[in-house]
Design a protein around this ligand. Sequence first.
Ligand SMILES: [Mg+2]
Length: 252
Amino acid sequence: MSDQPNGQPPEDDRLIVWFDIDNTLYSASSNISHAMGTKIHAYFVNLGLSHEDASELHMKYYTQYGLALRGLTRHHDVDPLDFDRKCDGSLPLEDMISYNPSLRKLFQDIDRSKVRVWALTNAYRPHAERVLRILKLDDLVDGLVYCDYEVENFVCKPEPEYYEMAMKKANVNDPSKCYFIDDNRKNVDAARDLGWAHCVHFCEKGLEAMEGGKIKEIDDSREPGAADNDVVDVPTLEYLRIVWPEIFKPSK
Ligand SMILES: [Mg+2]
């Protein structure tokens, strides 16, 4: 996998599938979101907030911006790299998620003569690369789009500029070539609004009751009054074989 440090890849006529990483390539039951939430809460408290205010602001920023860090950089002059070190960077991911052979097989079954596979995340690059490495998917992903914490006012999903940056980075001009799956419904809706043609919401069943359920609730909810936009819900990634049969190699 390369993230194209020297500019765009050459023009490519193939379709492109964008996979969100966190809570999409692994189950939310791994509790990474919860562990991340605990670290983020501690970060807010370290800024001098009470536990109550920390919880409230965390949820407020997450709901408003799709990313707690977005609010922290905007309103609290937080250094995103310091945040990344203390939150994502300090998670014991190796103990929390593991290689899943059927997921690797799913990626291998995508027909690369027709399709490119990219990862698209709201995390920073080291976290994204670490997850892909643990899942043994790094060699099956052609490129990565992430939140660039080194850029002032970096963009994140669901801001339209984020998806535009992604298309530019992968050198895709035609949104009808884009396939996208994400566990956050607002991220999916934003992609649909930009004309990404094949959008799927990864919606695991039976996770409502677990801890960290509040984040899951925010992730599954839509903006009030959002119109029906042909987004399909899938409960496992295996369902992509049914929803997007055209991107897979013909089964023997
Ligand atoms: Mg996600």
